[in-house]
Ligand binder design. Structure first.
Ligand SMILES: [Zn+2]
Length: 437
């Protein structure tokens, strides 16, 4: 009996020591925030203290709460503090596709893997300095499994960058991706893994998952043009059976599938095949919006890329570009009104990495989102899609200490998010340009 009591005491003491050590893990940093938008609440809270221990948020308290001696203090009392932003659609391995610089093809035909990795390194730094502490990178455009390796380099601390959800090579069908337009006898490299038939589709999914894909990216439409009735026509790629094989495989691994789909048959196949997120979704019908709500499909509209670089007005390309934008605007507004689960995505890489990622917020608020709704699409909603709810995209106890600050009030002027002054990523201050009060 006494032996039992002694061992019980030892066990209790040991637990106590472990718990105390846990509490001491990492130094305490206290952020004085003038205003906090926590990513979930519908309004901001004034004058808060955010306690950060190691790489996690410990607690949030009123400004008059005592601060323990020895804590590092970061004074952001003249700023608005938000969770680190999440961009759910990027391409760190794309370099702008400027036609004057050879466009998409140049990147694959002339840039070697080291140059592409160097540019991706720049892209990763750009995301972080603009306050995007997490990205879902939707395929490497011919750079193989480079995204998984960039993620590794960031996690081991070799280069600065965001948390990456990698989707590796991307999948489309024959006739469904660039490079194209070359002599038919030439076997050109492709920006994705090409599959035909459910067997090849499943095999590609297995390969990509095996090599570290967190998501799979499937192209369900490719070329688009204005049809005879003035409608946006999109060339479909994979069949429902091919997509189902991929989705079935991904879900079996506990992973998800993002489908690039503009309109029409391909978009319908994406929904019928059970994809988890529709990328772009330029022309959504009412029935498709209803199906997305029923199936819980995420919508990542990526609006900004369709509002720049239009071809001249009286050319087929120019008409297509204008039709894409005008259809998209209606789809985004309808989806917002119907309450389709929507995340913020920029398609950066397609847009040069020198451009501001936060431009997308301005389009979202122009097309039906409240500033808070747009912010949540880039924080807690995206975290939900990425199954990181409560861990990222939120300022709350237990979440990773990913936080940013801006000088003004983004609820009044969303373009404030283009001017991020402070970035903390995983508990470390990456950037602080806030002038002391
Ligand atoms: Zn994209």
């Amino acid at each position: 009996m006494r032996k039992l009591l002694v061992s019980w005491l030892v066990a209790v003491l040991a637990c106590g020591i472990v718990a105390a050590q846990g509490m001491k893990e990492g130094r305490l940093t206290v952020i004085r925030a003038g205003s906090v938008i926590d990513g979930v609440s519908e309004s901001a809270k004034k004058n808060q203290l955010i306690f950060v221990r190691g790489n996690k948020i410990e607690k949030i308290a009123d400004a008059n709460t005592p601060i323990p001696a020895g804590a590092a203090i970061v004074d952001l009392s003249n700023t608005t503090v938000l969770p680190g932003l999440i961009d759910s659609h990027t391409h760190i391995f794309l370099w702008g596709e400027d036609p004057a610089k050879g466009g998409y093809d140049e990147n694959i035909l002339k840039a070697g893997i080291a140059l592409r990795a160097a540019r991706a390194t720049y892209a990763c730094k750009r995301t972080l300095e603009q306050g995007f502490t997490t990205i879902r990178d939707l395929e490497t455009e011919g750079a193989g499994y480079g995204d998984v390796e960039m993620k590794e380099a960031i996690e081991e601390g070799t280069i600065p960058g965001p948390r990456i959800f990698a989707s590796t090579r991307g999948i489309s069908s024959t006739g469904g991706y660039n490079l194209e337009g070359y002599a038919p006898e030439l076997a050109m490299p492709k920006g994705v893994q090409i599959v035909d038939g459910p067997v090849e589709a499943r095999k590609a999914a297995r390969e990509q998952l095996d090599h570290g894909a967190d998501w799979l990216k499937v192209y369900m439409t490719h070329r688009s043009w204005v049809g005879k009735k003035g409608e946006l026509v999109s060339q479909p790629t994979l069949t429902v059976e091919e997509l189902r094989a991929i989705v079935d495989e991904a879900h079996g691994w506990g992973k998800k599938v993002a489908c690039h789909a503009y309109s029409g048959i391909g978009l319908q196949r994406a929904l019928d095949g059970g994809c988890d997120s529709i990328e772009h979704g330029l022309a959504l019908t009412d029935a498709q919006i209803a199906q997305m709500i029923r199936q819980g499909t995420w919508y990542c509209p990526t609006i900004a890329p369709y509002y720049g670089d239009w071809a001249p007005e009286n050319t087929p390309g120019g008409q297509r570009d204008r039709k894409r934008a005008s259809d998209h605007e209606v789809s985004v507004q309808k989806a917002a009104k119907a309450g389709v689960k929507t995340v913020f995505g920029t398609d950066m890489g397609g847009i040069p990495w020198t451009e501001p990622m936060a431009a997308e917020f301005e389009y979202m608020t122009k097309f039906g989102f409240t500033p808070m709704g747009a912010i949540q699409a880039a924080t807690s909603r995206a975290a939900e899609m990425l199954e990181m709810q409560g861990e990222i995209g939120v300022i709350a106890p237990g979440a990773f200490a990913d936080m940013i600050a801006v000088s003004g009030d983004p609820l009044r002027d969303i373009s404030e998010l283009k001017k991020v002054k402070f970035v903390m990523h995983d508990g470390k201050v990456f950037k602080n340009e806030v002038a002391p009060k």
